[in-house]
Design a protein around this ligand. Structure first.
Ligand code: NAD
Length: 497
């Protein structure tokens, strides 16, 4: 059995725990590895390594750090096939989708290569007579990242390249369901010339997470995962005086107006609802059909959902792979049962899909519900699987209210040909990331990613300019040189003349 260890101080580290987790290949249903679960002592060993490394890493010039990031970028590109296959083998998503997610992570590394430019501060000459003032951004110290199963490369890469570029050292606790990609990225970063101890990976579960929360040497925590855990991280990191950004779950709506280009909306929804088997925080799980477009929308969607090609991620013909684990598959199917009991109309039922030769794999087909209402659990709760709910709304106002009343606020999109409607929607919708005729409006690496409401606790989004702000603290210096200036004691609040 392949054993996945930790990566601490530049090398593999067994850790001291007897507790281990199981990692599966979702396509076959077979266990592929076991992963060591870190104890509090193991996490503290990693923090000690990061603390020692911070002393010299934080003193390196931004240009020095950028050159290592450039090399890291080259190595990710060179090893992209291997990294992509690691994602597919533990998460299950189809190869091209996995490759796309790796590219979105790589783009954050590319952004971080600009760190000499990004860390430049502000300067004002003569804020007072012969007095200058400037501001600079300095690293925080040791930062940690705790990440979910659904993007084993991209989400960790939203965090550690920027944090490390800013001069911090980093501890990553990836999802215990698919940790191998993070381990390989750590090796590649070392190969790129990163000094030991700057980037560490500890594997595990709640025990490792709690050890991160309670370690006083860690200055900041970035979290991405479900809302209950995001809230727990936010509250407990704050109690321990850490800076924290905690991104949570989602229920993303796609409003389809009566004037929308129907083909564009249907194709957009198909990719956004069923891509990566719906296991995306930006997946669209609710289509809000406004007025007369509802019947043709459901009809066209149902044909395409029935025709979805489900299969192993490495099969080029597959459009949708399996779910991540048996337990998650059962949870998602359980939600479909709930929807039926609640009275929603199950137009396409993918619960009983079986694939010949892959009978033990964690597959289900796409499911499509119509006549979903806002009081139903399948509308209110995040399902995180290939299940799309259609809710019918009389008009634009009702559709907007539906989106704004939902507890989550990650992403949303609207399909319309009307500029007024698109503009009004963008300005009035209470959601962090908005698409107009764009089904999955994920901001690029040089912008920032984050939701509103219970999809994000904290005040900074991830990567882009907000990432630089999150991983640095601002210092403002005001200076005067004594030559020729008479100085007497001043007992009043200084004002600049
Ligand atoms: P999860 O919350 O179960 O796990 C996330 C991380 O928290 C993992 O590293 C896990 O080990 C750890 N964890 C789990 N239970 C814990 C506990 N009780 N105490 C401390 N730590 C714990 O999430 P998941 O199932 O891995 O990922 C899916 C969720 O992530 C979905 O809700 C999805 O919407 C969300 N997500 C959000 C975004 C976003 O940007 N907002 C992006 C990706 C995924």
């Amino acid at each position: 059995m392949n054993v996945i260890k930790h990566f601490v101080n530049g090398q593999l580290f067994d850790g001291n725990s007897k507790r281990k987790g199981k990692v599966f290949n979702p396509a076959t249903g077979d266990q592929s590895s076991e992963v060591n679960f870190a104890t509090t002592t193991d996490v503290n060993i990693a923090v000690d390594a990061a603390k020692k490394a911070f002393v010299s890493w934080s003193q390196k010039t931004p240009l020095f750090r950028a050159r290592i990031l450039f090399k890291f970028k080259e190595l990710i590109e060179k090893n992209s096939d291997e990294l992509t296959k690691l994602i597919v083998s533990e998460h299950g998503k189809v190869y091209e989708d996995a490759r796309g997610s790796l590219t979105r992570g790589l783009e954050v590394v590319e952004f971080a290569c600009g760190i000499p430019q990004l860390l430049k501060g502000e300067f004002t000459e003569n804020v007072g007579t012969n007095v200058d003032s400037w501001s600079t951004r300095q690293p925080l110290g040791i930062c940690a990242g705790i990440t979910p199963f659904n993007f084993p490369a991209m989400v960790p890469m939203w965090m550690f390249p920027i944090s490390i570029a800013c001069g911090n050292t980093f501890i990553l606790k990836p999802s215990e369901k698919d940790p191998s990609c993070s381990m390989r990225l750590a090796e590649l970063f070392m190969e790129a010339g990163l000094p030991k101890g700057v980037f560490n990976v500890v594997n595990g579960d709640k025990e490792a997470v709690d050890a991160i929360i309670n370690n006083r040497d860690i200055s900041a925590v970035s979290f991405v995962g479900s809302t209950p855990i995001a809230k727990y991280i936010y509250e407990n990191c704050a109690k321990n005086e850490k800076r924290v950004q905690a991104l949570g779950g989602a229920k993303n709506h796609c409003v389809v107006m009566p004037d929308a280009d129907l083909d564009q909306a249907v194709n957009g929804l198909m990719g956004a609802a069923y891509g990566s088997a719906g296991e995306r925080c930006m997946a669209q799980s609710v289509a809000v059909a406004v007025g007369k477009i509802a019947d043709p929308l459901v009809k066209n969607l149902s044909k395409k959902v029935e025709a979805l090609k489900v299969g192993p991620g490495l099969d080029k013909k597959s459009e949708m792979g399996p779910l991540v684990t048996q337990a998650h598959l059962e949870k998602v199917k359980g939600y479909v049962d709930i929807g039926v009991k609640e009275g929603a109309k199950l137009v396409v039922d993918g619960r009983n899909l079986k694939l010949q030769g892959y009978e033990k794999g964690f597959y289900m087909g796409g499911c499509l519900f119509d006549q979903v209402t806002k009081s139903m659990r399948i509308y209110k709760e995040e399902i995180f699987g290939p299940v799309l709910s259609v809710v019918r709304a009389k008009n634009y106002e009702e559709a907007l209210k539906l989106v704004n009343d939902h507890e989550f606020g990650n992403g949303v999109s609207i399909f319309t040909r009307d500029g007024d409607t698109g503009r009004s929607f963008a300005s009035n919708v209470q959601i962090g990331m908005v698409g107009i005729n764009i089904p999955i409006p994920v901001p690029m690496a040089f912008h920032s990613f984050g939701g509103w409401k219970r999809s994000l606790f904290g005040d900074q989004h991830m990567h882009g300019p907000e990432g630089i702000r999150f991983y640095t603290k601002l210092k403002t210096i005001t200076s005067r040189w004594p030559s020729g200036i008479k100085s007497d004691p001043e007992f009043i609040m200084p004002t600049m003349k």
